[in-house]
Ligand binder design. Structure first.
Ligand code: HDE
Length: 726
């Protein structure tokens, strides 16, 4: 190969022989496997023939005893000479990298994106126009405030970051599960994050907005009003990452083949519907199972219940952006769906868990500036600053060659003259590393070769530090959001404010916040003020426009098809339970892809009624009543059996289980003698239970007192429909 040829050698020459063909094959056979095939090239599989080696590849006979000068039983000094021991410790000492400054705790998974229809009227990006494509993607969900080891179920915004590995380069939508943000301008990000994170003097509290500094800041900083209304709603305590919406939040632009621009907002809507915890449940789970969301995502994918989201766009043609009472570039405002409908054009499915957390979920690096031809920036001042920040922050987390890390590497060819730096491992052949060069090697791309287009955008103005009048209006949409909530959602919000402000010690903080709420809704303000103390506002201090909008209440997002697939159902039994009902119900739940778990007073074998209590005659519970709590399940079912119910009725923990599930509004089902357990546990007027072989549903408790062979199939339906009440 002469100089000229080698300078032009494709950069993919660093890929191992044969890999290229494999990737090409995947491209022709459907490129959805492209990213996984690429990752396979750098993955290690453990085989039975493997032996421990040092990092330099030499097999090791003993990795438990440091080489030392020892005589007989007497231990002597350790030798510095033991490079293998030093390497082991040295590697361990440096395992940690800085955690993300925000969104430190997350969970990731792989999947695919495909289109229902082409959006070629608004964009030229093939990922949004080519309906034959299935683009590989990686998604990372996260909480914002907590450290990497904090609990999943805290009250917080959730990150929803999607990396599309397209054939034209990586495209990232780095979004959240709430469509607006606390600030309009990136310059304030350090202030809001300092205010929300643990206080500087004692590093308390962890992963909570419930403290003086947060509420002090957002009171003084009125543009946060709309966002904290969302943060105090049920959106901030999602049941699952699989059951929350995602939003790009910022305003981006789409560019079509003719060069016409549209402003755009991106939406992800889960087909499982939007669901949340009740606050007490979320609080308890934070202690009982801090990894609840991470495990939920993993469990669903392992069980083949692949979560899906519809992908939608709201678009406004350039030139028509000034006709609204809000600025379309203001990230503290939604684009009301009644005036700018969401057009659903595609679908995202998550179908593969990560193989190793650190090199995938931890090292993935998203950037709002990762855009491909057909998708562009807008002048949204929050977005502009973000696009600096994401690229910048990866340097301190991952080093200068972070785009080369396997999880971040594009699946299309990547070539330029950026070189060297710590951790560089691509080997680029050729004698030149600059452009222009005498070989004309690696010239910039032409438009027809797919170069990123920069449609000319006229800009004129005066250099200032200010915002336009529409940006300075901070309350309309906070009221719009609150007015659009259902009565239970409003109650939950009042309780959330009352909880948060109760954790503020400084009266100036909670008293002022009650005053502020009187500018949104007087009833809300009065309820909260009464709970947290201080003067109770007497009147609404800013007129409420009384408007509502579609798409804001989460009650508008039921499951696309009612399903109990992937729902966790506890089937509670003790010795002497009714095995016929147990078998029928657990089999039927599994057949519907729900996940039944048998819970009993102990994890060793439990014996049904009518069998001798000897090993092999019973069922093996998945957990015992002390090991798991009702919070970890979506529904509970208790089969009858006189002895079983007698034992459960005498167990404080068992009674607490069903009471707690009831308090958390879960579906509860029971047959036979279980009716007696429920009567005792709930002992509330108004709850009706069955007295015969007719099923009765009352406040989400479904019972049938007598099960006959004929009514067994009905029992199964009850169990399924009962769980379906979720
Ligand atoms: Fe981020 N944000 N952000 N953010 N953000 C980061 O980037 C930042 C904002 C979001 O799973 C950091 O790689 C600024 C809005 C997600 O890896 C950092 C501003 C939205 C993630 C950063 C914002 C987000 C981040 C920290 C104000 C919703 C996690 C680590 C202008 C649309 C991505 C990192 C992942 C992470 C900066 C505001 C979402 C420091 C300056 C608005 C989902 O660069």
């Amino acid at each position: 190969m002469d100089n000229r040829e080698s300078a032009k050698a494709p950069i993919s020459s660093s890929i191992v022989p044969g890999a290229l063909n494999k990737i090409k094959d995947m491209a022709t056979g459907g490129e959805k496997g492209r990213k996984l095939a690429q990752l396979d090239q750098v993955s290690q599989n453990v085989t039975p023939d493997d032996r421990i080696t040092t990092d330099w590849g030499v097999k090791q006979a003993n990795t438990d005893d440091w080489l030392s000068i020892s005589t007989g039983d007497k231990i002597g000094p350790s030798l510095l000479e033991d490079s293998a021991a030093r390497e082991k410790i040295h590697r361990f000492d440096h395992e940690r990298i800085p955690e993300r400054v925000v969104h430190a705790r997350g969970a990731g998974a792989f999947g695919n994106f495909k289109l229902y229809e082409s959006a070629e009227d608004v964009t030229m990006a093939p990922v949004l126009t080519d309906t034959s494509r299935e683009t590989p993607i990686f998604v990372r969900f996260s909480t914002v405030q907590g450290s990497r080891g904090s609990a999943d179920t805290v009250r917080d915004v959730r990150g929803f970051a999607v990396k599309f590995y397209t054939q034209e380069g990586n495209w990232d939508i780095v979004g959240n599960n709430i469509p607006v943000f606390f600030i309009q301008d990136a310059i304030k990000f350090p202030d809001i994050i300092h205010a929300v994170k643990p206080e500087p003097h004692n590093e308390v509290p962890q992963a909570q907005t419930a403290h003086n500094n947060f509420w002090d800041f957002v009171y003084l900083h009125t543009e946060a009003t709309h966002m904290y209304m969302w943060a105090m709603s049920d959106r901030a305590i999602p049941r699952s990452y699989r059951m929350m919406q995602g939003f790009g939040v910022n305003t981006f632009t789409l560019v079509n083949k003719e060069g016409k621009r549209h402003f755009v907002k991106f939406h992800w809507t889960p087909t499982l519907g939007v669901h949340s915890f009740v606050w007490d449940e979320a609080l308890k789970l934070a202690g009982q199972d801090p990894d609840f969301h991470r495990k939920d995502l993993y469990e669903a994918i392992e069980n083949g219940a692949y979560p899906k989201w519809k992908f939608g766009i709201q678009t406004i043609p350039e030139g028509e952006e000034d006709q609204f009472d809000f600025d379309v570039l203001d990230a503290t405002k939604v684009w009301p769906e009644d005036i700018i409908p969401v057009r659903y054009i595609g679908e995202l499915e998550l179908n593969k868990n990560v193989d190793e957390y650190f090199p995938q979920t931890e090292q993935v690096a998203f950037c709002t500036s990762h855009m491909i031809p057909g998708i562009g920036h807008s002048d949204d001042p929050l977005l502009q600053g973000r696009s600096f920040s994401y690229q910048d922050t990866q340097l301190s987390r991952l080093g200068i060659n972070w785009e080369e890390l396997p999880i971040n590497k594009p699946v299309c060819p990547m070539m330029n003259f950026n070189r060297d730096g710590q951790g560089r491992h691509t080997i680029t052949k050729g004698t030149v590393n600059y452009w222009p060069n005498r070989f004309e090697a690696r010239p910039p791309a032409k438009k027809e070769e797919g170069a990123y287009p920069e449609p000319p955008v006229p800009v004129a103005g005066v250099k200032v530090r200010t915002k336009s009048a529409k940006f300075r209006e901070h309350y309309n949409q906070a009221q719009l959001f609150y007015n659009s909530m259902s009565p239970p959602e409003k109650n939950h919000m009042a309780a959330a404010f009352a909880f948060e402000l109760d954790h503020c010690e400084d009266p100036i903080v909670y008293e002022r916040m009650s005053e502020r709420l009187a500018e949104i809704d007087i009833e809300l303000a009065q309820t909260v003020a009464e709970m947290v103390g201080g003067p109770i506002p007497e009147k609404q201090t800013r007129a409420n426009h009384g408007k509502t909008a579609s798409g804001l209440s989460q009650t508008e997002y039921p499951p696309e098809k009612p399903t109990i697939a992937s729902r966790r159902i506890a089937v509670i039994v003790a010795d002497g339970f009714d095995k016929t009902v147990y078998d029928a119900v657990t089999t039927a739940l599994k057949a519907s892809s729900a996940l039944p778990f048998t819970i009993a007073p102990r994890r060793s074998e439990i014996y049904p009624t009518g069998v001798e209590k000897k090993p092999g005659n019973g069922v093996q519970p998945d957990h015992h009543l002390e090991g798991m709590r009702s919070t970890m399940f979506d529904a509970i079912f208790v089969p009858g059996g006189a002895e079983s119910i007698k034992t459960l009725s005498k167990s404080g923990r068992a009674v607490h289980w069903v009471r707690e599930a009831f308090g958390h509004l879960k579906a509860i089902g029971g047959t036979g003698e279980a009716v007696e357990l429920f009567k005792m546990a709930f002992a509330l007027p108004g709850i009706n239970v069955s007295t015969d072989d007719k099923a009765v549903e009352s406040y989400g408790v479904v019972t049938m007192a007598k099960v006959s062979p004929q009514s067994l199939s009905e029992t199964v339906t009850i169990a399924k429909e009962g769980a379906g009440l979720l």
